[in-house]
Design a protein around this ligand. Sequence first.
Ligand code: ADP
Ligand code: MG
Length: 587
Amino acid sequence: MSSALSTNAPADTPADATFADLGLPPALEAAISDLGFTVPSAIQAQAVPALLNGRDIVGVAQTGTGKTAAFGLPLLAAIDYDLPAVQAVVLTPTRELAMQVADAIQSFATHLPGLNVLAVYGGSPFLPQQRALARGAQVVVGTPGRVLDHLDRRTLKMDNVRFLVLDEADEMLRMGFAEDVDKVLSAAPRERQVALFSATMPPQIRRVAEQHLNRPVEITVSRQASTVTSVRQTYAVVPHRHKTGALARVLAVSPADAAIVFVRTRGAAEEVGSALIERGISAAYISGDVAQTEREKIVDRLRTGALDVLVATDVAARGLDVDRIGLVVNFDVPREPETYVHRIGRTGRAGREGEALSFVTPSEQSRLRQIERTTRQSLLQVDIPSPAEVSAHRVQTLLARTGARAELDRLDLYREAIAVHLAQNPDVDPVELLAVVTALAVGDEGPVAVQHGDDLDDALSRAHLTGGSNDRSDRPERGERRRSDTHVAGGAPRWRVAVGHRDGLQPGALVGALTGEGGLTGKDVGKIDIFGSFALVDIPAGLSADVIDRLARTRVAGRPLRIRLDSGPRPGHGASRPTHGPSRGRS
Ligand code: ADP
Ligand code: MG
């Protein structure tokens, strides 16, 4: 990759095409260069010249192929800026898309003073839209229903419309807009251009094209041109307050050279970025208000390896293209599947493998379904690595470097120091000493020792509760250890749930249900022991009948919790100790 911030042109770009070759007016070329677009995507390279030539087009392309600029740029080129009347209408299936497309078109029009783009959609008052139309918006982007409403009320006139776009036509038909789309197209003057885009080409869309388009140029961009394909998509259920800790662990074990963490707001970028930096991770954060030069500097550091983790808002990361990024973490699930696709497109670039991991809180899981429908791929659930896994990973990384270090030699000083130390401490076992030195080199305190069923799961559930993955807080505080020892001695209320390892239960999911549906706070939930077909959890403060009732019906790992006070014998040591779950790795 040559220049900084070069391009994130969606894949399949003809190698030598540039925006200068497409015949766009200088004001539009300047705008896209401001946006950091240098190479047109495949659909842009084909659609723009055809549309500039006055042709109708049918474009078959997936999400993330750059369709908005493919129609937005020629659309703007077709407008008479001095005429304060609607001259282009873009129909989109949803209100969010309408706003997004309107924003994008406005961003292409920064060098066209006097050009007004208006988004119109249902569920918001007519009057402001009506006023904006009366003031002379030239480009209207809207949902078919609301556009038709404006037509019926004569607040929107089509007399001067010369350019129409159907964006995501298959989606519009699927949502039942066929008739509305038809009416809007029929209301437009005969002398007009139409661009129709669709991810698929079912017969109904063909029919729309045959009826309303004039000998369209057909452009198909192959499936691989979608950014999604080379990215492994995963998610983990993480209660909100544990996200930063979980993130630190994920980053600690990730094989990726560099990562981007997406957050929704500027405040979150700063908060998460600072937390990572505090933990000694090579991280920085940017949001949309960061100056362009500053942004370029940061992206350059990311590219050269001076920086490994970038925490960014969607706006700040737009167009970012760095091959080293092997991991995208969605700290929050984006509200729009489109945003999700743009985010994960930051990885898996230049033919490399990438992973996109989304953190979801227990209540956000429905948003995942929406994303799966849009990307037509299912997301794989993974677990946040446990502190033990983080330590093990660090040890492995350290040991992997020993060969090269040994080769370098120059170890005499160390050999001697160890010989002296062993001579002075004859009781010390060399392997033991090596373990201690390794622990010091790894720099964490190591996972919690196994006792009283204090196994990996326990450590993980504690970490969930103590909120951190700052390696210190992963370790139970002394007081806490004592508290759970008292439980073992037989005092505090333990609760039994009818879900266990056999169902793939992870402590995080149980904590999620208790704090989500159950309305408890992390502090209310104590030690968790997971067994084959059930699990035990300490809830010192007890549960109200109301909460028990709600939790009885709550499903975790696909099964109802059926929570009740545990009356059975406490698990002792040895045979009845909790079993370790299946590998908790992220694969
Ligand atoms: P689609 O509508 O096909 O899903 P979009 O038009 O929303 O795709 O574009 C996807 C992303 O790619 C957007 O963030 C956009 O800014 C960016 N993008 C589009 N074309 C280019 C380009 N030629 N160079 C760099 N980035 C681009
Ligand atoms: Mg689009």
